[in-house]
Design a protein around this ligand. Structure first.
Ligand SMILES: [Zn+2]
Length: 399
């Protein structure tokens, strides 16, 4: 069977059947360690899955590795080393349930369990996850701690990697949903990267394997999100774990969950993760990695940050030297303190014709009710012909 038919057959199958193994208890981005733990333990309580305790976070939350299968090729996936990047944690729970599932996928499951040993370490930063913050409880970005290994969670990740000695690793993150691909209004749903292992971004056999596997995953996802697949910045970051593990000899794949219009909780993006990762497992298990092309990887366009949450087109604004017609780009931010707090700022004012908005409003013939500058809170009343045309309240459009 050709590599194309492998991904064709499989991706459609997983897409269709996703609902039957999805860990449906959680369907939001923000969830507590307790909520995660309860489902994690419930799913892990199955003969196919073995829990290996690997340590505790700074605040004493357990980090648990799951081992599935007994094959010769070892794959290691971890998620949420940035506490507010939870999409792939849910995808990993779904994948665990796929392996702990009913007889529906028996043939595929048996094949994967025989060929692969799959290690999963979901929620590497549970203290950060509890606060929905990027950093750990000490305010450290764990993905800049791969060389210092100053934090407990970083030490655990490094140690786990050293003990497993994986052939392939999947480093799972969320990226800003305001990244786009090619044209400004085409949102990046998923980004991939085979991280470099040195400044010159050399390609060795190892990195080449990662690139080819990504090419296979890209073909898989193209069925569902054509043209919404991007490549993450390939600047070398010595202190990041992906770059480090690539250097240490595991073919390393970064997956960034982006955004999708109408999917604020990223549940479709979660499903895309499951399709991509399970397809990758099958490609690896069938020794098909080398049948994909690094050129295909290289042709994936880099993502660019050209989207705003809200873009007001052609608003008359007094910028201090008279009224001019300008575009206004607005972004909304969430903080969990632990209560959700939303803030919205004017990010850019000027000619934003090269940019796009997840939501846009044409304000031709309108003007703002006050002077505005970059950095202002996004509370604006837009006037037209002496009446109110639109109200922007904390970045949200109220007509
Ligand atoms: Zn991240």
């Amino acid at each position: 069977m050709s590599h194309l038919s492998i991904v064709d057959e499989l991706s459609n199958f997983i897409y269709r059947e996703f609902h039957s193994f999805r860990a449906s208890e959680i369907s939001r981005r923000c969830f507590s360690f307790e909520q995660f733990s309860e489902i994690f333990l419930k799913i892990s309580n199955h003969d196919a899955l073995r829990i290996i305790p690997v340590g505790e976070s700074t605040e004493g939350r357990p980090l648990r590795l799951v081992k599935i299968g007994s094959g010769n090729t070892k794959v290691f996936s971890w998620s949420q080393m940035h506490g507010d990047e939870s999409t792939a944690t849910l995808a990993l729970l779904d994948i665990m349930r796929f392996f702990a599932g009913n007889t529906r996928f028996e043939t595929l499951r048996v094949e994967l369990l025989e060929k692969l040993t799959i290690y999963i370490l979901p929620m590497v930063n549970p203290d950060g996850a509890e606060r929905f913050s990027r950093e750990n409880i000490n305010g450290i970005d764990l993905n800049r701690d791969a060389l210092n290994l100053a934090e407990i969670e970083s030490k655990i990740l490094q140690k786990t990697f050293e003990v497993i000695k994986p052939d392939f690793v999947f480093n799972l993150h969320d990226q800003d949903p305001r990244y786009s691909i090619g044209i400004a209004n085409r949102q990046a749903a998923i980004s991939f990267l085979a991280p470099p292992f040195n400044e010159t971004r050399e390609i060795n056999a190892n990195r080449s394997r990662a690139m080819k596997l990504i090419a296979g995953m890209k073909l898989t996802l193209e069925h569902f999100i054509p043209e919404h697949i991007g490549k993450y910045s390939d600047e070398y970051e010595a202190t990041a774990f992906g770059d480090r593990f690539q250097e240490l000899g595991a073919a390393t794949i970064l997956i960034e969950s982006g955004g999708w219009r109408g999917d604020p909780e990223k549940q479709f993006v979660r499903q895309l993760n499951v399709i991509a990762i399970l397809s990758a497992f099958v490609i690896i298990a069938r020794n098909a990695v080398e049948s994909f092309s690094a050129d295909d990887y290289n042709s994936i366009p880099f993502i660019e940050k050209k989207l705003f949450d809200l873009l007001l087109r052609k608003v008359g604004v007094n910028l201090g030297d008279g009224i001019k017609d300008v575009d206004i780009g607005i972004n909304c931010y969430e903080k969990h303190l632990p209560i959700l707090e939303l803030s919205a700022n004017i990010e850019a004012i000027g000619d934003l014709s090269g940019y796009s908005g997840l939501e846009e409003l044409d304000c031709t013939g309108c003007h703002a009710d006050r002077m505005l500058e970059k950095g202002d809170a996004a509370n604006i009343v837009i006037m037209k012909n002496g009446g109110v045309f639109a109200i922007i309240e904390n970045g949200r459009l109220k007509m």
